[in-house]
Structures are given as C-alpha cells and as structure tokens.
Design a protein around this ligand. Sequence first.
Ligand code: ADP
Length: 244
Amino acid sequence: MTEAILRAEQIEKWYGPTPALRDVSLQVDPGEIVAVTGPSGCGKSTLLHCLSGILRPERGRVWFQEREISAAGEAERSRLRRTVFGVLFQFGQVVPELTGIENVTLPLQLGGLRYREAARRAQDLLDRLAVGDLADKRPGEMSGGQQQRVALARALVTEPQVLFADEPTGALDSLAGEQVMVELVRLARQHGTTVLVVTHNAQVAAYADREITLRDGRVDSDGRVDSDGRFHGGGRVLAREEAR
Ligand code: ADP
C-alpha cells in the first residue's frame, strides 16, 4: 500500500460558535490530483488551510508524510509552506510592482538562491507556461489568465511536493480558466506533484483523479473520477450530474 502524503484524522475547526469542519478524515496519495467541491460555506477553504498548516484544527490531527502538522509550531508550519508546499489562490498574489520574472524568482530568492540561477529557473517555467515573453512586464500589463499563469509559475518554481489551489480559476473566464487548469495538471503530472484544488466548478473538478465533496463541514462523498468524468464512490457509479 502506498504511504499517504497527506492525512487528516477526525479534524474539527470552529470559528467562534460556527463549526466549519466536523469529523473530517481523509488520506491523499502522492501524485494524486484531488478536487474538493461543495456549496459555498461548506468548509472547502478551511479544509485546505488546515491541511497546509495555515490553520490549526481544534480537534483531530493532520500529517504531511510522517510529520504531524497539527502539532507543529508556527515556525515549522511556515517553513513547510515555503519549502514542500506551494499555494495558488484565486487572484491577488502576484505583486503588482514586480515584473513577471521577479514575481517568480521571489520564493527562490527567499530560499537563498542567487538571482541568476533563480531567474534561469523562473524563465524556464514561464516559457513552459507560454508566458515567457511577459517576463519583463508587470501584472498590470497582463490579462487575468496570464497573471494566473505567472502565479502558477511562482507556486511551482520551488518544486513543491503538494500544491494547494483555492479556486485557481475563479476569477477567469471559462476559456482562460480551462487553460490554467490544463497547464496546472500537465505540470503536476510531469513532476508527480500532489494537488488539492478547491473548486465549485464541475469542469475544473473533471481534471482531478478524485473528488471529495463537503457538505456542512463534513465529507459527503469521496470517490474517483474516471476518464469519462464518471464518479465512483460509496459503492455507486454515477454520471457526474447525478453525483451532485
Ligand atoms: P467554503 O470555502 O466552502 O466556501 P469556508 O471554509 O470558507 O467555506 O467556510 C466554512 C464556514 O466557516 C462558513 O460558515 C464560513 O462562514 C465560516 N468561516 C470561514 N472563515 C471564517 C472566519 N475567518 N471567521 C468566521 N467564520 C468563518
């Protein structure tokens, strides 16, 4: 049996009197691309934040490989986020004052890499994402889809083991969003990167190997998605629309 790369055991997270996650347990295998879906407010972002160590659950435990993230202090959790995790949000994480290439070299330079080597790696990734010619442009001169490719390059340039993406196409039109998802999945598969992608978009979920649906802070269904977009879970095989 493959050793899980991420594991959550009966986690609970509350915001004051509001339960955001209740008794959530799951395991993610290395290289799996997992979509986390469900209606707004069901706990998707909170789950991603607990798994990536941004938040600590009140109850239950979270592991990355054999390290228990939920027991780690802030310094250790932020070190994990800088080194083995990559994060991609809906929008807003590219720095407007920096050029495309400066945005992508940033995490490498924070990690102590010299600019010349950082720029070489950043340019290579921007080229592979078809935005290499925007290296010297600032985000204000790019389309939303181009900015999101730069953000994706920045999330992947450190070669993270796990990419956490929260509605990565939510601010894009459907064509640009689809292109970003195609690139994300292509690069993740090339590098064996594990991906957790939060989305309410069925088209985005169709790129995943597996779909976990939350409802009211609990796991409502967890199953595999085959190449025809059919969902296999809970002993049933359903067309995607029926599964909702
Ligand atoms: P989703 O990502 O599925 O939209 P969230 O994880 O953002 O859901 O939110 C889950 C629940 O927790 C919701 O009821 C939401 O209102 C609540 N919540 C999320 N963040 C906060 C916060 N910072 N303070 C108070 N309540 C929050």
